[in-house]
Write a protein that binds this ligand. Structure first.
Ligand SMILES: Nc1ncnc2c1ncn2[C@@H]1O[C@H](COP(=O)(O)OP(=O)(O)O)[C@@H](O)[C@H]1O
Ligand code: SF4
Ligand SMILES: [Mg+2]
Length: 364
């Protein structure tokens, strides 16, 4: 027990994850598969039709998530992190949203071509989503317990009784006191932090192959944040679940991620293994983000805003979106949008300027 009497995740065997019914997909101690893709996203473009015009929220995003990998996604507010990840499972409101192009390969099929009922089997079953705002995803008219058991019954072959027991275990796992009682609560009867934990329990319920967590711990206190991160870390180590973790907390990224995507203006501007990103950030935006931090390895350190106005997304990019804020900008930056290119193994950047050699990357 912790000092205030709440179970901590190391207290009881019942709080271990995955729950007993879930078979480990890989024996503990085996290295995670490095380069077998779990999810392959190519040229994703998402727009919103609004009264003021078309908002180009995601502008040609391509990335791969490998099996068992922990991928951090960082970038300031409005850079397209949430819309990108929600588009993968068609979770954006359509209309006004529209997925203009792209493929999202998962388990040999393109998720963007699936019918809604097929997609529902993937959502929550094979890909778990933890949203920023629990109220948008919890059902207000179902008890917490029923929301978890519904997911278990839909995606596993558990009986109602087994699902009830598993639901209680899951609530304990995410640190909810009086788990048995809480199963009977409705979302509005819980605090924001409790709702967040319920949502995490739902996402973990079926031991998905991929978990997408959209700033899941932002509203939680530091101790609970650490517990949630531990749970996801343990899940990943025991079952090989891959994780996409959107965050403002560079401590989380530094401590957990294998690789990081940096987003700006609905595009990936840099992609690198976490050590390389911190040691040799290549994009001026990434450099700005890291420079504004007092200590990169400090937990809880937040992305500071860097100078200049966030850009308008009312037109697709025809130049470098970061140019108005970039001290290295030169002619080419306003003439042509930079493409994401490999500059070292596993390190890609979308920038025309090489800040190390202080010259253009390519002759134009
Ligand atoms: N329903 C919507 N209608 C219009 N624009 C939207 C909608 N949802 C998101 N956007 C726009 O898409 C852009 C990317 O948003 P988002 O992915 O939520 O950013 P992030 O998660 O990086 O903070 C923003 O400019 C936002 O205003
Ligand atoms: S392409 Fe040009 S404007 Fe854009 S980040 Fe690189 S140097 Fe700056
Ligand atoms: Mg977001």
């Amino acid at each position: 027990m912790s000092w205030w009497g709440q179970p901590t995740i190391d207290d009881e065997e019942s709080l271990r994850y995955p729950p007993a019914h879930v078979q480990s997909r890989r024996p503990s101690g085996i290295r995670l598969s490095q380069n077998k893709p779990a999810l392959e996203v190519t040229d994703l473009k998402t727009v919103f039709d609004t009264q003021d015009g078309v908002v180009h929220a995601v502008n040609g995003v391509s990335f791969t998530l490998n099996e068992g990998e922990f991928l951090g996604v960082v970038g300031e507010s409005g850079s397209g992190k949430s819309v990108t990840m929600m588009s993968l499972l068609k979770l954006i409101p359509m209309p006004p949203g529209r997925i203009d192009s792209g493929t999202v390969f998962f388990g040999g099929q393109d998720l963007l071509t699936l019918e809604l009922d097929e997609l529902r089997k993937v959502r929550g079953g094979q890909i778990g989503f933890i949203f920023q705002d629990p109220m948008t995803s919890l059902n207000p008219v179902l008890t917490v317990g029923r929301q978890i058991t519904e997911s278990l019954e839909l995606h596993t072959d558990q009986t109602r009784r087994e699902a009830d027991a598993a639901a209680e275990d899951l609530l304990k796992l995410v640190g909810i006191p009086d788990a048995g009682q809480r199963l009977k609560s409705y979302p509005h009867e819980l605090s924001g932090g409790m709702r967040q934990r319920v949502m995490i329990a739902i996402a973990l319920a079926c031991s998905p192959k991929v978990i997408i967590a959209d700033e899941p711990t932002t509203a939680l206190d530091v101790t609970i944040q650490a517990q949630i991160i531990e749970i996801v870390k343990e899940l990943r180590e025991r079952t090989g679940t891959a994780v996409i973790w959107i965050t403002h907390d560079l401590g989380v990224v530094a401590g957990l991620a294998d690789r990081v995507l940096v987003m700006y203006g609905g595009q990936i501007v840099e992609e690198a293994r976490v050590r390389d990103l911190y040691a040799r950030p290549a994009h001026p935006y990434t450099q700005g983000l890291l420079k504004s931090l007092p200590r990169l390895d400090q937990k809880g350190a937040e992305l500071q805003s860097i100078e200049g106005q966030p850009l308008s997304l009312y037109a697709p990019p025809t130049s470098c979106s970061f140019a108005p804020r970039c001290k290295f900008a030169f002619d080419r930056c306003s003439e042509e949008a930079p493409v994401l290119e490999e500059i070292a193994p596993d390190h890609k950047v979308a920038c025309w300027w090489n800040t190390e050699t202080e010259e253009p990357r390519h002759a134009s």
